[in-house]
Design a protein. Structure first.
Ligand SMILES: *[C@@H]1O[C@H](CO)[C@@H](O)[C@H](O)[C@H]1NC(C)=O
Ligand SMILES: *[C@@H]1O[C@H](CO)[C@@H](O)[C@H](O)[C@H]1NC(C)=O
Length: 244
């Protein structure tokens, strides 16, 4: 909605409830932007006032990234870690940040000095995450007793702030989940062909799988996987022998 539409909305909001809803959504900047490290981000306000004297982007409340007095041709980029990685769109005040890193996570602030002398302020939270590396499953325990198989598997991804989810044939396994630990009892009726650990953060995921061999064994690769592996080794060898 443009500012003209917004004014109409404000005037009519008692009459038109949907109008009211739209203006509310516009003001909602509380949801953090979640992005993968290395990507480019645009911090943008759809409802930025057109006529302002000065615009300032902050990294934190007391660290300025840039400031633009609108009677000057270019903004002043301060000497920060952002200096060579940001540009300001002079048309709409959007801050473009390139090659974002985890340490760039912050609540960014935009302050705008209006011609009326009032200052407006917005906060835009940004959270940057590294891609989740492949986790490792450690087989801690496999024990067979009275036709039951007790399994304890650990899953670790070498990265902070990840969530772990375990999957079997029939989807996620929710039983007694603590961190990356899977501690389950398997009977033939509810065994799964595999157990997969998925490590994830809001922007990426990675996984590792072990395969179940009844009644109570685990293997790193499935039986199916072995055949192509075997062929890959054998075929060149046989060809090699034929060529001699
Ligand atoms: C499988 O069934 C047994 C016996 O009913 C139960 O104790 C166990 O929690 C079940 N395991 C899974 C992974 O559903
Ligand atoms: C496991 O992770 C890989 C990325 O390493 C992804 O391509 C694949 O789709 C994932 N598998 C599942 C079942 O999520």
């Amino acid at each position: 909605m443009d500012s003209e539409g917004l004014k109409w909305c404000l005037a009519l909001q008692l009459l038109l409830p949907h109008c009211f809803l739209e203006t509310r959504i516009q003001g909602q900047l509380a949801d953090a932007k979640l992005v993968l490290s290395g990507s480019s981000v645009s911090l943008q306000l759809s409802n930025l006032t057109k006529n302002y004297l000065r615009l300032t982007w902050f990294y934190t409340t007391n660290q300025k990234i840039l400031e633009w007095e609108t009677n000057r041709p270019t903004p002043n980029y301060f000497n920060t870690k952002f200096k060579d990685r940001v540009t300001l769109d002079l048309q709409n005040g959007t801050l473009h940040i390139y090659d974002v890193q985890e340490e760039d996570s912050s609540t960014y602030i935009l302050k705008v000095m209006l011609m009326t002398g009032f200052e407006e302020e917005w906060s835009i939270p940004l959270r940057v995450f590294d891609p989740v590396p492949k986790p490792d499953i450690t087989i801690e325990k496999t024990q067979e007793m009275n036709n039951r198989c007790y399994l304890i598997l650990f899953c670790t991804a070498r990265i902070q702030s990840v969530n772990y989810t375990w999957y079997g044939d029939s989807g996620p396994i929710s039983e007694r989940l603590q961190g990356g630990v899977l501690n389950i009892t398997v009977i033939p009726q509810n065994s799964s062909k595999f157990y997969r650990c998925e490590a994830s953060n809001p922007v990426s995921q990675n996984n590792d799988t072990v395969y179940f061999i009844p009644p109570c064994k685990l293997a790193r690769s499935s039986g199916v996987g072995w055949i192509p592996m075997w062929l890959m080794v054998m075929v060149p060898t046989i060809l090699g022998l034929l060529l001699i």
